[in-house]
Write a protein that binds this ligand. Structure first.
Ligand code: ZN
Ligand code: ZN
Ligand code: ZN
Length: 108
């Protein structure tokens, strides 16, 4: 049984900054659909303090709903995801890459 409460990078049960293995130093918990993978909040939408520069809460995968907006719909039309796509599963490997792309856009 996977332990949803542990950071996938370091195995810690902590949240927030201080992760020794994450590129962003933020613990990452992508396997619990009931809360934000960055900040442990049950909220959706903007307001995430630990997911700069977008500031969007992104829930963990595993539920049959979009990780951004909790909609049961699939395909396009997500009003929270910057890509406008409903996302149910997102491999942890893809996220740093996506983050880098966003950062580059943000800086240039
Ligand atoms: Zn960690
Ligand atoms: Zn959050
Ligand atoms: Zn959505």
């Amino acid at each position: 049984m996977p332990d949803n409460s542990k950071c996938v990078y370091c195995g810690s049960t902590n949240w927030g900054t201080g992760c020794a293995y994450s590129a962003t130093r933020i613990h990452y918990h992508p396997n619990d659909p009931s809360r934000c993978r960055y900040c442990n909040s049950p909220n959706y939408g903007s307001g995430c303090q630990l997911n700069p520069p977008t500031g969007i809460h992104v829930h963990g995968v595993g539920g049959n709903v979009c990780v951004y907006c909790a909609s049961p719909n699939m395909g396009s039309g997500c009003h929270i995801n910057p890509m406008k796509k409903m996302v149910r599963s997102e491999s942890p490997q893809k996220m740093p890459f996506l983050r880098i792309q966003i950062m580059v856009k943000y800086i240039s």
